[in-house]
Ligand binder design. Sequence first.
Ligand code: TXA
Ligand code: MG
Length: 309
Amino acid sequence: MHEKTIDEAKKRLLGGQLVIFPTETVYGIGGNAINENAIKLIYQVKKRPFDNPLICHFANINEIEKNFTLQEKDYELANTFWPGPLTLILEKNKESKITPLLSNNQNLVGCRIPNNEIAINILSKIDFPIAAPSANIATKTSVTSIKDLDNNLKKNFYIDGGSSVLGLESTVIQTTKEGCKILRLGSLTIEEIKNKFSHYKIEIIHSKISPGNQLKHYSPNKPVRLNVNNVNKNEALLNFGKNDLISNIKNLNLSIDEDLIEASHNFYNYLNILDQSNCIGIAVVPIPNNGLGKTINDRLKRATFYDNK
Ligand code: TXA
Ligand code: MG
């Protein structure tokens, strides 16, 4: 990546403007986390309600320790999965200058160290965290490629880092005495956590504690029909594995080899392409409900909340 681009991003963030940048999960729309006006701007351009908190991105754990108090299990998860698709909900300390607006005045704030060269390059050149939700309008699908970016959001400075390696958002986790609570399923799977920490008690929270868990979220414009074993006339087909199903409008296969890593990588981009075809709706075949498939199914379920827009 050109140094000039990184410098321009730095300059804009310092000036309170927003920068759209790649991460390994999805693209983020970032602003200076200690600048209240920048944070206001993020909520405004995303049309996001202020009660849905933003997460902060850091270059390394030392920067996180300056702002937060970590418990033993936070360190265990952090040392194992950072940099990577883990967002830990941490308690702010008194010294932190992170604006309360970012977390709806609460002391608990989501933090992560992304595993992306461009993101880390920017983060290591500034001395404040970057608050960055996914770079999409609230309730719409996340973006894993600049060509899927909303036209209004595109008016912000953006850095094209190619298609996101993982393709699904980070897993939002809060540690407990006995293990951890998953507040949002994501690219880090429960199986991966259990593999490393078999003694952890892991709870999946289905309530609205993580406001991004609102139903109607991650939605395309067209209605989505799940677990299909037939395709209706003029429906597009989001397929997985080998079968005889076919759409008369458009067909995309998340992974012919039933590889959930490949399916996650393709997921949002394929949903967007089908959404933009002249279909009347999107039919989706069953996706196995384990590992990353659990996260894909979670997003698909929310995508079925169609509101006629
Ligand atoms: O992969 C990702 O996490 C991407 C990239 C850009 O890092 N970011 C992202 O941010 O997906 P966002 O804001 O779209 O989703 C963050 C999720 C939301 O569901 C939000 O409700 C939840 O994290 N969250 C943030 N702060 C929280 C908190 N203090 N307590 C509970 N949930 C929180
Ligand atoms: Mg989001």
